[in-house]
Design a protein around this ligand. Structure first.
Ligand SMILES: C[S@@+](CC[C@H](N)C(=O)[O-])C[C@H]1O[C@@H](n2cnc3c(N)ncnc32)[C@H](O)[C@@H]1O
Length: 667
């Protein structure tokens, strides 16, 4: 899977500066340097001072928080070196420098009206991505003063304590019998885990849900750092700075003399207003807001509105990956545009100019894509070895490259450091396998159906005593199905497939869901290990036979065995070299009797071509490898792998003259 995260764009605004303060090199594996230390110093801007800045949240707007950046947020990464010793990969990554504070205005409304008003005022609300227009602040559900008034003024300190205890559900000890709920709560507190054995339902009711538990765990891990943050992921917080915006300018001006600004009573919510109204007083707010609020008051005389000034703080977690990277990387660098994901691994292919920032990029990608992404790697070199494995460097996260990929409903375990895997080929594999269904099963089922209908007809004719017709029908059957003799019938009922370069089995295992049996082979013993695991993982081990040998030898041994007549499809997915292996098919059926009855396999071979006419070029190479003048090939472009370099798939029925010809190979 490829994740796009940014349109290529060099940033132009000079408001940001990344100051690679110290670049201390001593022990990095390939550079003979070990640590790169950066401190980002990103200048926030007064949100309203630059009219050129567009609407919406931006790291280039807002202000920095008043408190100084703590040293604890400067993270140091420690990892093991090749000899098992630890070394510091020290680069300071300052998450707090991405905190931005925005001054905004809000209307405090009764909670019962908030959704209706949100709908009606939508065009005038903040409408920032991932920030809800309706905000909550601590204490917006209760008015303690009001509750105390209702209960009566407590006479002394003891009764105040008692009142407080009751308001917070701790009624025990003040003489009142416990309510059933409080009684249950008390029971829960006094039970240990053994006690739950006798009270299973109680345990179920009181045990925190796994989600809640996870949130608590996260809270503990962050050392309470997120405690004061609100929002879905704790990435933002809204605080009321000033009640009643601007001295003496309450909503009377906005809503007319009949409106009296009163202290808030009962549950309330904040409707965050458009950032353009942040400094506006009540009179300056648009007419539309005034009309809506007036109508609401007319409908319900108890409704109150209050214009308040708020502070909206957005933390590191709020900003998108591209915003953070754009802020951190120097202005003249184009930030990475995409990465591929393989299970929990994000796979980058960084350009040279990005290599000094690779760890920073890795960390941002990891932070912004957790928990799905657990590891970020960079491809070090182009694929050059026989097993087509990639050399990868772990940039961030855990160092395990063993991951599980789900493709077309099947699971594949892979170790990216030892086996080949390419998620980009998922669609191609599916397309190829759709062809399997059509040609091997559907078409064969049609023929079988025809057989059944014909025999049923014969039976009916016999029952009716129409012997002349039986004779004629039998004759037609024999003539029309003459080519389908015993071997052909086996072939029809048991279509088998061969995968010469199977890797960990994405094609072989998917094919096993369609055909009767698959013979899968790979030269890489590690790939074979994972192929076997994946067969079991997908409960298809009974339908797949696994081989670990050279492709040529595999082709020859497959077709010299008694399974040969059943092999209907052969896949050869090793685009760099597969075509060179086609010579193995020459003479594979030589010496077989009943030559004309032998069904010939459909071969799918992949290849690359940089030629001007890639199809012609690839066709030529196929003909040369088979030493055959005429081969009827169906050719398809799969994808452009590099500028001017196509990956192609050629499918053709193995020509009889090749299969029964003189072998080129002596294995
Ligand atoms: C491009 S990968 C394709 C794997 C698989 N079909 C897939 O789509 O993921 C090619 C595979 O061929 C294997 N291979 C390379 N040379 C081989 C050879 N001479 N004989 C058999 N397998 C070979 C490699 O180990 C690798 O797993």
């Amino acid at each position: 899977m490829v994740t796009k995260f940014h349109i290529l764009k060099a940033h132009t605004l000079p408001l940001f500066t990344l100051l690679p303060r110290t670049l201390s090199f001593s022990k990095l594996p390939n550079f003979s340097v070990s640590s790169i230390s950066f401190t980002t110093q990103i200048h926030a801007h007064n949100q309203s001072s630059d009219p050129e800045l567009s609407y919406g949240p931006s790291l280039r707007k807002g202000t920095l928080p008043p408190t100084p950046i703590s040293q604890t947020s400067l993270r140091t990464f420690t990892k093991e070196d090749d000899d098992g010793g630890e070394y510091n990969d020290d680069y300071a990554f300052n998450e707090e420098s991405f905190t931005r504070v925005f001054d905004i205005a809000a209307i405090r409304v009764p909670s019962k009206d908030c959704f209706i008003l949100e709908n009606r005022l939508r065009g005038h609300l903040l409408n920032w991505p991932r920030i809800r227009n309706i905000a909550r602040v601590p204490g917006d559900d209760f008015d303690d003063e009001e509750v105390k008034k209702l209960v009566g003024t407590p006479s002394n300190e003891d009764s105040l304590v008692s009142l407080d205890r009751r308001m917070h559900g701790k009624a025990e000890g003040d003489g009142e019998p416990l309510s059933p709920v409080l009684h249950r709560e008390k029971l829960v507190k006094t039970f240990d885990s053994v006690g739950f054995v006798n009270f299973r339902n109680l345990a179920k009711m009181t045990r925190p849900s796994s989600r809640k538990k996870k949130m608590v765990d996260d809270e503990e891990r962050s050392g309470g750092k997120n405690k004061d943050k609100v929002g879905r992921k704790g990435f933002s917080v809204v605080e009321v700075v000033e009640d009643g915006l601007m001295e003496g300018q309450d909503l009377k001006g906005l809503l007319g003399e009949g409106f009296h600004c009163r202290k808030w009573r009962g549950p309330t919510r904040l409707l965050l207003l458009d950032e353009r109204y942040s400094k506006k007083c009540a009179e300056e707010l648009p007419e539309a807001i005034k009309v809506v609020l007036k109508e609401t008051i007319m409908d319900d005389r108890r409704s109150d509105f209050e214009l308040v000034r708020c502070r909206l703080t957005l933390f590191y977690d709020y900003w998108q990956m591209d915003e953070i990277l754009e802020a951190m990387l120097p202005n003249d660098i184009i930030i990475p545009s995409a990465f591929e994901t393989v299970g929990h691994v994000a796979h980058l292919n960084l350009r040279d100019e990005l290599l000094p920032y690779k760890k920073l990029i890795g960390k941002v990608i990891l932070d912004k894509n957790k928990p799905k992404i657990q590891t970020v790697v960079n491809k070090i070199d182009s694929i050059q070895n026989d097993y087509r494995t990639m050399q990868l460097e772990v940039l961030a996260g855990n160092h395990s490259l063993v991951t599980t990929v789900v493709e077309n409903g099947l699971q594949f375990q892979v170790d990216l450091s030892t086996v080949y895997w390419n998620s980009r080929l998922a669609t191609e594999r599916q397309r190829l396998l759709n062809g399997f269904t059509r040609k091997d099963v559907v078409c064969r089922l049609h023929i079988l159906l025809l057989f059944c209908v014909a025999f049923k007809l014969l039976y009916a004719l016999k029952a009716m005593g129409m012997h002349v017709f039986i004779f004629m029908a039998t004759k037609i059957l024999v003539v029309s199905f003459f080519p389908f003799t015993t071997i052909s019938l086996i072939h029809m009922l048991l279509p088998f497939a061969g995968d010469v370069f199977s890797g960990v089995g994405p094609i072989a295992i998917s094919a096993a869901k369609i055909v009767k049996r698959v013979y899968a082979n790979d030269l890489n013993p590690q790939a074979i290990e994972y192929l076997e695991r994946n067969c079991v993982l997908n409960k298809l081990e009974k339908k797949i036979r696994v081989f670990n040998m050279d492709g040529r030898r595999f082709i020859v041994s497959l077709f010299t065995s008694e399974k040969a007549p059943s092999i209907t499809q052969v896949v050869m997915n090793l685009p760099n070299d597969a075509v060179e292996f086609l010579d193995a098919f020459r003479g594979i059926l030589r010496g077989r009797t009943k030559e004309e009855e032998y069904p010939l396999p459909l071969i799918h071979v992949y290849g690359f071509s940089k030629a001007r006419d890639p199809e012609f070029d690839f066709h030529e190479r196929i003909r040369i490898a088979l030493t055959e003048v005429a081969v009827d090939v169906e050719m398809r472009r799969v994808r452009l792998v590099a500028p001017g370099k196509w990956m192609l798939c050629a499918s053709f029925i193995l020509p009889k003259s090749v299969a029964f010809g003189k072998p080129i190979l002596e294995l």
